[in-house]
Design a protein around this ligand. Sequence first.
Ligand code: DX5
Ligand code: ZN
Length: 219
Amino acid sequence: MTYDIKISPSILSADFGHLADEIAAIDKAGADYIHIDVMDGHFVPNISFGAPVYKCVRSASKKIFDVHLMISPTDAYLKDFADAGADIITVHAEAGPHLHRSLQTIKALGKKAGVAINLTTPNDVLISVMDMVDLILVMTINPGFGGQAFVPASLKKIADVRRRITESGRMIDLEVDGGITPLTAKQVIDAGANVLVAGTAIFKDGPAKYAENIAAIRG
Ligand code: DX5
Ligand code: ZN
């Protein structure tokens, strides 16, 4: 199976005062997905925004809304995130005791289901969900903030997840998130990632540079 490289700009680094324009700009600049980071100040030490915010800007792009939930608990809110216009909903394996149930709920809502794993979460947590996930997100930083440095130890983790995906025989996106730059993009692609989230590296220079920055990450 061959996977195209997809770039998912994280709007956490966008200008929230002009969010719809920012999303339209990264769409036009070549984004494949739009990465939406939802943080609750409990699962991670930061608060971003919830479903009502991205619902308001959903019409700014027809691209895939790739919603990364850094919240705990998750299940009571999944319908809201689906109704607000998510295409992929990713929950953290560490966010609750019943990951399989959360993924079942996402699938029942008709959305693609993703599971995210933190740096120190054993990859074996994936064993019982490999047959149902559409995306596995390997964190390459500790979640909570944009602008952090890539953790090189995550490369082994990515390679191991890619091996598990290949063995499953299923088409599953392997997404990475945190500290992705043109340099680390090459490393994570070599390790087996095919969906790259980037915030700082794409938004840092303003809209005139979005296309160039996306292209640099895509390599
Ligand atoms: C962090 C978020 C990331 C973050 C990435 O918890 O999940 O999506 O915005 O930002 P950069 O690319 O700046 O590391
Ligand atoms: Zn994210």
